[in-house]
Each structure stands twice: as structure tokens, then as C-alpha cells.
Design a binder for this molecule. Sequence first.
Ligand SMILES: Nc1nc2c([nH]c(=O)n2[C@@H]2O[C@H](COP(=O)(O)OP(=O)(O)OP(=O)(O)O)[C@@H](O)[C@H]2O)c(=O)[nH]1
Length: 145
Amino acid sequence: MAERRHTEVAVGILIREDGALLLSSRPEGKPYAGYWEFPGGKLEAGESVEQALRRELDEELGVTIGAAEVWRVTEHDYPHALVRLHWCKVRQWSGEFEMREGQRMAWQQFPLTVSPVLPGAFPVLDWLAAERGFAGAVLQPAEPA
Ligand SMILES: Nc1nc2c([nH]c(=O)n2[C@@H]2O[C@H](COP(=O)(O)OP(=O)(O)OP(=O)(O)O)[C@@H](O)[C@H]2O)c(=O)[nH]1
């Protein structure tokens, strides 16, 4: 089988002064619609991670971010795509949040109160929880079938 190409994705971990993290829900019409994720999106040709993140957060949330540096890089193999996720912590932004794609947003502490969350975000959630000294289950237990 031919080797699958990675889709490069810039993802923003927006951190409020009280340490809360911004999650948003995936809009209708995308794979995993309704799942919670960190805001971001695919790099376009010629863009750096920081440029793509700045564009995506403006398009999706209506905010302009300050400096963003890549903190971690992870990969996840979905049936629809093999993604490489470039995770950036963002502590400064300007503008009012406006859900321009009809998403929902939620500021979250651990344990998260939103679910389900995109599986590609699990490793980063574990690292963020560890940084905060949070030792319990990061995600809500799955609903009984
Ligand atoms: N934004 C974001 N994407 C994630 C996360 N975790 C994760 O696996 N991904 C994956 O990264 C990819 C992001 O693509 P996307 O569809 O959101 O990007 P986009 O806004 O550029 O989409 P478009 O092609 O419809 O314009 C998806 O395959 C998604 O499943 C996350 O926490 N945030």
C-alpha cells in the first residue's frame, strides 16, 4: 500500500489567566462533527504553523493571537486522514470570541466537563493535566451504551 501523507495541522491551546483551556466543538459537515477539540486547522501551502494558527483562529473564533510557538508535535491516524498536530500554547489574544462556524466553546479545567473529545487531543490533555498536578481521569467516563 502506498505510504499515506501526513496532513499538517496547527492547533492552539489558549490558556486564560486562571489556567482554563479553550475547547470548541467541531462544526457540522466535518468528520467528527460535534466532538470537542482545541481550535485550529490545516496548514495551507507556504504557511508556517504560526501563520496557519493565526489565520484559523481569526476565521473560526474572530480573535487575533499574540506569539505562538510550537510546544509539542503529535501524530494521529484517523480513517479519514493521517494528521501531524503542531500544538502551540497561546496566552495572549485580542478581540471578542465569536463562533463564526456555528461551533460551541467552553473554557475547561480538569477534569473536563465536555465530551466526547477528538482522540487526537488525548496525549496533549494528559500532558496539560500532568503540568497542573492533576492526577485523576482527565476525560469524563464514557456514557453507558
Ligand atoms: N483543530 C483540531 N484538530 C484536531 C485536533 N485533534 C485532532 O486529531 N485534530 C485533527 O486535525 C485535523 C484538523 O482538520 P480540520 O478539518 O479541523 O481543519 P480545517 O479547519 O483546516 O478544515 P477544512 O479542510 O474543512 O477547512 C482533523 O483531521 C482533526 O481530526 C484538535 O484538538 N484540534
